[in-house]
Design a protein around this ligand. Structure first.
Ligand code: AMP
Length: 160
């Protein structure tokens, strides 16, 4: 099946993208991180994806994976870009398990305000989990930069 970037790419759901999701805003925070206009604790990068620490972590080692391609969320992303994001998500999930000797890992992804999305550039949360430890609130407290830097170093080391 050929892919028309203005339409949602499924055989049985050929709706215009704008019917489901507003236009991508190139001034969003993660677009600025990708352009190097805002700082981040970088963990990993390849041709299609970028991974960095979440600044308001729901647990130690909480990180984010984003596509380099402009996409607001899962409703407008190109499937190839989404596939690349998920491949990087798996790398990060394995790395945080190793880096923190975690018992499990939570992978989350939110779409549109009603779906819990706050930043409108597609991103996947990767959060190491520990038996008996609950997640902190979403976008709760800004983490100390030194803690983020130390956790980022552990994850980079685990990525090898
Ligand atoms: P959501 O859009 O609901 O998935 O949440 C956005 C996530 O981005 C939250 O977990 C925030 O803590 C995180 N966040 C917001 N600004 C930044 C930033 N400048 N660097 C890293 N993470 C951020």
């Amino acid at each position: 099946m050929s892919y028309d970037s203005d339409r949602l790419p499924t055989a049985d759901c050929q709706l215009p993208k704008e019917a489901m999701s507003p236009a991508y805003d190139p001034a969003n925070i993660f677009a600025k991180i990708l352009k190097g206009e805002l700082p981040s604790h970088k963990l990993y990068e390849d041709d299609e994806t970028f991974a960095f620490m979440d600044i308001m972590p729901r647990g130690d080692g909480h990180c984010l994976v984003i596509p380099k391609q402009a996409a607001r969320n899962i409703l407008d992303v190109e499937p190839a870009s989404l596939a690349a994001v998920m491949a990087t998500t798996q790398k990060l999930a394995r790395a945080v398990m190793k880096a923190f000797s975690a018992d499990g890992v939570t992978v989350q992804q939110f779409n549109e305000q009603a779906g819990g999305q706050v930043v409108f550039h597609l991103h996947v949360h990767v959060i190491p989990r520990f038996e008996g430890v609950s997640l902190k609130p979403h976008t709760g407290t800004m983490e100390d930069q030194a803690v983020l830097a130390a956790n980022a170093e552990k994850i980079r080391a685990a990525l090898g």
